[in-house]
Design a protein around this ligand. Structure first.
Ligand SMILES: C[S@@+](CC[C@H](N)C(=O)[O-])C[C@H]1O[C@@H](n2cnc3c(N)ncnc32)[C@H](O)[C@@H]1O
Length: 276
C-alpha cells in the first residue's frame, strides 16, 4: 500500500470513472481504428507547453533509436509515445496513478506502439528496474507532487547507465510569495512541494548529475498556455481535452496557474543532467 502522501496524489488524479470517460472520448474523437499519437495531444500531454514542449525537451537529449528511455511519472503516456514514435526508442513509463497506466496501455495499443513500450504502476521513489538499465530518463511536471526529491533523483541516477541523461521539466517556485490553490497538480498545499530552480539544480547535482542544460521556459510556456485557454473559451471544450482529467474545477486551476506564472510565484524550469 502506498504511503499516505502518495494515496492523496493518486486520488487527485485518479478520479471516479476516469478510464471509461477518457476511452469513450478517444473513441468519439478518433474513431475505432488505429490512431496517430498526435491526435491525442489535447489529453495526453499534461504539462505546460503540451506537445511543443515535449518536442523541445526531447530534442535537447540527442536520443537514438537503439536507446532505452524511462519516463518517470508518465501520466497517460503522451511523452512516452512521442519517444517511441518520433525517436524510435524502447520506452518504459511509470506512474503512481493506476487509472493513468490503464489508459496509457490502451492508448499504446491503439497507436500501434505497444510492442516497444512498457507501462508500470509504481512510484518514482522506488523504481522497479535494476541499476544502470536506461540510456536516458525524462520527467515532466511530476516532482511538484514529491516531497522526497533526494530519493526521486537518486532513483533516476541509479537506473541510468553512466553517461545517461536525465531531463527534468518542472514547475518550480518563483521569487514572489503567495501560492494559490487549487492548481492542476494539487487541490491544496498538502500535496504540492515546489522548490526554486536553484534548489532543483542543487538536488539534481547532489544526486550525482552534471548539469548540461538549464533554462527558464516560463515565457514560452505562458504564451502557449494563454493561447490554449483563449481557444477553449471561444470554441468551448472539445471532445478530447483536459476537462476530462481535471473535472469541474479545471477553470479555477488553470486561472490560478496562469496568474502565478504572471505574478512570479511559479516558473517553468528545464534542467538536463548527465550521470557521471
Ligand atoms: C501533471 S501529471 C504529468 C503527467 C505526464 N508526465 C505528462 O506530462 O503528461 C503528474 C503525474 O505525476 C504522477 N506522480 C505524482 N507523484 C508520483 C510519484 N511519486 N511516482 C510516480 N508518479 C507520480 C501522477 O500520477 C501524474 O500522472
Amino acid at each position: 500500500m502506498p504511503p499516505a502522501a502518495e494515496t492523496s496524489v493518486i486520488s487527485h488524479y485518479g478520479t471516479p470513472g476516469l478510464v471509461e470517460r477518457v476511452i469513450r472520448a478517444v473513441d468519439e474523437a478518433c474513431g475505432a481504428g488505429p490512431i496517430d499519437p498526435k491526435a491525442l495531444s489535447a489529453i495526453d500531454e499534461f504539462h505546460v507547453g503540451g506537445r511543443a514542449a515535449t518536442a523541445y525537451v526531447i530534442a535537447t537529449l540527442g536520443l537514438t533509436p537503439d536507446m532505452a528511455v524511462l519516463d518517470i511519472g508518465c501520466g497517460l503516456g503522451g511523452v512516452a509515445r512521442y519517444l517511441a514514435k518520433a525517436c524510435g526508442c524502447r520506452v518504459a513509463g511509470i506512474d503512481l496513478t493506476p487509472e493513468y497506466i490503464e489508459i496509457a496501455r490502451a492508448l499504446n495499443e491503439r497507436t500501434g506502439l505497444a510492442d516497444r513500450m512498457e507501462m508500470v504502476t509504481g512510484s518514482a521513489l522506488d523504481l522497479p528496474w535494476p541499476d544502470r538499465h536506461f540510456d536516458a530518463a525524462v520527467t515532466f511536471h511530476v516532482a511538484m507532487n514529491i516531497e522526497d526529491r533526494d530519493r526521486m533523483y537518486a532513483e533516476a541516477y541509479r537506473v541510468l547507465k553512466p553517461g545517461g541523461v536525465l531531463a527534468v521539466y518542472d514547475i518550480t517556485k518563483g521569487p514572489t510569495e503567495g501560492l494559490r490553490y487549487p492548481v492542476p497538480w494539487a487541490e491544496t498545499a498538502a500535496t504540492s512541494f515546489l522548490v526554486t530552480p536553484t534548489e532543483t539544480r542543487r538536488l539534481v547535482e547532489a544526486a550525482g548529475f552534471q548539469i548540461v542544460t538549464e533554462e527558464d521556459r516560463r515565457a514560452v510556456a505562458m504564451e502557449h498556455h494563454r493561447s490554449r485557454v483563449a481557444a477553449l473559451s471561444t470554441a468551448g471544450p472539445p471532445v478530447l481535452g483536459m476537462h476530462l482529467l481535471q473535472g469541474t474545477t479545471m477553470k479555477q486551476k488553470s486561472q490560478n496557474m496562469i496568474a502565478m506564472l504572471e505574478g512570479g510565484q511559479i516558473t517553468i524550469t528545464l534542467l538536463v543532467g548527465r550521470r557521471v
